[in-house]
Design a protein. Structure first.
Length: 254
């Protein structure tokens, strides 16, 4: 026979299930519905408000009733792994990736758009910091430019940074959308539309202890560029631009 819970534990379980999804789980016996209504509204409104502020574009593109149903299903179905309120957005993203059953009218870009919106909050609260031992003065070719740990790089199939009520693409773009989303020294969040080649250059600089010049030469070899010297000239200008945006946060000695 299955193990029976103590009555107070069973009441707690019934109470939590009811608060998460009142339509599917009856209220525990002997608890006044007026009191339960307070908890039902408080729990739903807090979760919905946080998701609405974290995913405002996504919410604006979904029918009001469908959005409410999605929030309720998230509360009911998803088992969060973090008790921290600021990580609800990450938990919601995990729900969309692993548990949510897409509807026929859901846009194909929904998951990527949710990820893009989540990144802004995640970066804003991230504990990542620029190393204190890094040099601010240097040469982008002769020294080792360092990508900032608060400059995150992503490639999307849809142009997620352009999506809104007036632009909702039915299909992925003809080319992938590469974005750098960054937090500068003044704690402001910005983004730069980029390309996969630039992201690869930043990857090389992040993982290898080589100069900017050597990184560009390596990149030219990888992509079989027909004129490496021209790529070197373009790469220098690019690294200077990235340094000005604080995507390159400084220099390490080679």
């Amino acid at each position: 026979m299955p193990e029976r819970r103590p009555s107070f534990q069973q009441t707690q379980a019934d109470f939590a299930a009811h608060i998460r999804h009142p339509q599917q789980h009856p209220a525990p016996a002997h608890i006044e519905d007026r009191r339960l209504e307070i908890y039902r509204n408080l729990f739903y409104n807090n979760i919905e408000s946080f998701l609405a502020s974290g995913f405002p574009i996504l919410k604006s593109l979904i029918n009001k009733d469908n959005w409410a149903a999605m929030v309720r299903d998230f509360m009911h179905r998803h088992q969060s792994h973090s008790p921290y309120f600021l990580q609800i957005g990450e938990e919601f993203l995990a729900y969309l990736q692993n548990e949510y059953q897409p509807g026929l009218n859901d846009p194909g870009f929904m998951l990527e758009l949710a990820h893009y919106e989540w990144v802004e909050l995640a970066l804003d609260v991230s504990s990542a910091e620029i190393p204190t031992n890094i040099q601010q003065q240097g040469n982008v070719l002769d020294d080792h430019p360092m990508p900032s740990p608060t400059a995150w790089r992503f490639i999307y199939q849809y142009p997620v940074h352009l999506i809104g009520p007036e632009f909702q693409p039915a299909e992925p773009g003809p080319e992938a959308t590469a974005l750098i989303i960054y937090r500068n020294i003044e704690l402001q969040i910005g983004f730069m539309e980029s390309n996969p080649v630039t992201l690869r250059l930043l990857d090389i600089l992040e993982t290898e202890q080589i100069s900017g010049r050597a990184a560009i030469v390596k990149l030219a070899t990888e992509i079989e560029h027909p004129e490496p010297e021209k790529l070197l000239e373009f790469g220098e200008d690019l690294l200077l631009t990235l340094k000005g945006q604080e995507i390159i946060c400084g220099f390490h000695p080679v």
